[in-house]
Design a protein. Structure first.
Length: 319
């Protein structure tokens, strides 16, 4: 497997790991420092804005699964590209944004992507994120690596408090207007995904469906579950031991109907999917994601390329 490196600065590196981590084709995401003149700088030195470094992430990836073009697109969706003084409440040179290209092919892709963003007129202010040659990258201290996993509560509080979370929601998240969804979804699909409904057991499309493939959000198309993790829980609804990517399924406390349950919703579309229970197969982690068929769409393995989901063929040990 031939891998490549991609390096992005997007403000606080804590917030730049999660979007790339666990994506198909992403081998490693390292937090660190680059662009400066001091060898092996410390976090304190970089934050003093005296070394010339910025906080950045360096991504090791398989371009045959996750192309560089898609990495750049995902990078834009994490930042305010019009801010030349830092990112959100983090101010100073060490928090500025940049795309550091490792070869001419990356440079051309990044420049084309930036121009497309400019031409889209998505932002009224100029796009100021520079595209510059990669320099020596120094990994940050161990406590900063995968901070979103090590310190989940602190990370979520910081991301929300910094203003980044709301900015992404306001400027980069897809919007799904109720009036449009009523036109595109069936009555049952709308009831389940938008009104937190539940379909009848044993009277839904996928409860006993076990063909190889993936299950995506009926609203947004985001990948949620795989047939590899589907099993017969004998409950009358599709059941899975885990999602394809944990970050795509959001959990909420549900106290409706006189019960205490854990609701699961899709991250991108905020669709109600169902609930997760601790009575799944112990050998697979002990969880049962009980999902409404009306909230998902099945894509057979043989149609994943045609549907634009070839990146997820790795689930079936293919490319």
């Amino acid at each position: 497997m031939a891998t490549e490196k991609a390096t992005f600065a997007g403000g606080c590196f804590w917030c730049m790991v999660e979007p790339f981590d666990e994506q198909p084709g992403i081998i490693e995401v390292t937090s660190g420092y680059t662009g400066g003149t001091v060898e092996n700088p410390t976090y304190e030195q970089v934050c003093s804005n005296t070394t010339g470094h910025v906080e950045a992430v360096q991504i090791t990836f398989d371009p045959t699964i996750f192309p560089y073009e898609d990495l750049v697109t995902l990078f834009w969706q994490q930042i305010d590209p019009t801010d030349d003084g830092g990112q959100f409440h983090d101010r100073g040179d060490s928090y500025k944004t940049a795309i550091f290209y490792h070869n001419e092919a990356q440079k051309k892709i990044a420049e084309k992507s930036k121009q497309a963003l400019i031409d889209s007129k998505k932002f009224q202010k100029p796009i100021v994120t520079p595209i510059i040659p990669a320099k020596t990258f120094y990994p940050a201290e161990e406590e900063h690596q995968y901070f979103y996993k090590r310190n989940t509560f602190h990370y979520k509080t910081y991301k929300r408090g910094s203003g980044r979370e709301q900015f992404i929601k306001d400027n980069w998240s897809k919007q799904f207007a109720p009036e449009d969804l009523k036109e595109t979804l069936s009555e049952q699909q709308y009831y389940v995904t938008q009104e937190n409904g539940t379909e009848p057991p044993f009277q839904n499309e996928y409860w006993n469906h076990f063909e190889e493939g993936i299950y995506v959000d009926i609203v947004s198309g985001e990948v949620l579950f795989s047939s590899k993790d589907k099993y017969d829980a004998q409950c009358g609804w599709p059941s899975f031991t885990k999602p394809v990517m944990n970050k795509q399924v959001i959990e909420h406390l549900d106290t409706t109907h006189g019960m205490v349950r854990t609701e699961v919703r899709s991250k991108e579309a905020n669709s109600h999917l169902g609930h997760v229970f601790p009575d799944g197969p112990q050998e697979a982690g002990g969880l049962r994601y009980c999902i409404n068929s009306a909230a998902i769409r099945f894509i057979p393995k043989d149609e994943m390329v045609k549907e634009g989901y070839e990146r997820f063929l790795y689930l079936f040990n293919e490319q």
